[in-house]
Design a protein around this ligand. Structure first.
Ligand code: BTN
Length: 272
């Protein structure tokens, strides 16, 4: 039997609170004190036939995965690492919206529970100012261009202190504790994040993609700014104009032409 609680993270308490809210995402939560990656675990459960809504939570990850093949720093006893299995009847081209809706859900939940003004930086960063608070990694399995399952992985820096962060990411990272000056209950955060994830997933799958995109734009700090995008195909600078229905960043280049970028890292050049 895996444990169900460690220090301030009780998955049993979270699951009881979620059951009272009749959520789909989070109706079953599996907890590991230590795992390779909650995304890997969740994908294994999905391949074994787990239903939509299963969520894997870990206190620590030994192979936490970030975007673009990076590792996600995942020490024990501090942060939230969770992955939700979903099975939307969607073409692969729509999957990017899952990442956008997860970012919306996290930003809204964290703003509700804390005084921290959490924003979104394209495509999937949860940021406070120019520091990264969390990120989302959606991975999928598809057949004939249709999603069989997707895993929405969410990492949020909760109680980690700056001193605990490796030197190379310290200037770029923050945590809720660093922002508020006090520790927070990971159980409460888990409940609120999953409740919002469930809500926005339902909005999307009921045809509310435009609502997801509108809320994303409201919480985003990228659109309307001069940005530098380090994309796999090269570096671009321009004005971020919008995010399209496929989750791509629409960039107006200095020569006036417009291009859509699917992946990359954004640096905002005119930081307010
Ligand atoms: C990023 O910003 O690069 C995405 C980071 C996503 C990290 C989370 S932590 C829970 C889940 N399991 C993983 O291995 N990665 C995601």
């Amino acid at each position: 039997m895996p444990a169900s609680a460690v220090s301030d993270l009780s998955v049993d308490a979270a699951q009881n609170a979620l059951a009272r809210r009749s959520v789909l995402l989070g109706r079953e939560v599996v907890f590991f004190e230590n795992t390779d990656s909650t995304n890997i675990r969740a994908a294994r459960f999905a391949l074994e036939g787990s239903p939509e809504g299963l969520v894997v939570v870990a206190d620590q990850q030994s192979e936490g995965r970030g975007r673009l093949g990076r590792t996600w720093f995942s020490p024990p006893g501090r942060n939230l690492y969770l992955s939700a299995v979903v099975r939307p009847a969607l073409p692969v081209s729509e999957v990017a919206v899952l990442t956008l809706l997860a970012a919306v859900a996290c930003a809204r939940a964290l703003r509700r529970l804390t005084p921290v003004e959490v924003s979104i930086k394209w495509p999937n960063d949860l940021v406070v100012g120019d520091r990264k608070l969390g990120g989302i990694l959606t991975e999928l399995s598809a057949r004939h261009n249709t999603v069989s399952h997707a895993v929405i992985g969410i990492g949020v820096n909760v109680n980690m202190t700056a001193a605990e962060v490796p030197d190379e990411i310290r200037p770029l990272a923050t945590s809720l504790r660093e922002e508020t000056g006090r520790p927070l209950s990971r159980t409460d955060l888990l409940v609120e994040i999953l409740a919002d994830l469930d809500r926005w997933y339902r909005v999307f799958t009921a045809g509310g993609k435009a609502l997801v995109l509108a809320e994303w734009m409201r919480l985003d700090t990228t659109v309307g700014r001069e940005v530098l995008v380090a994309a796999p195909s090269g570096t671009l600078t321009g004005t971020a104009e919008a995010v399209d229905g496929g989750g791509r960043l629409i960039l107006r280049l200095p020569d006036g032409s417009v291009t859509a970028v699917s992946s990359g890292d954004v640096t905002v050049l005119n930081q307010l």
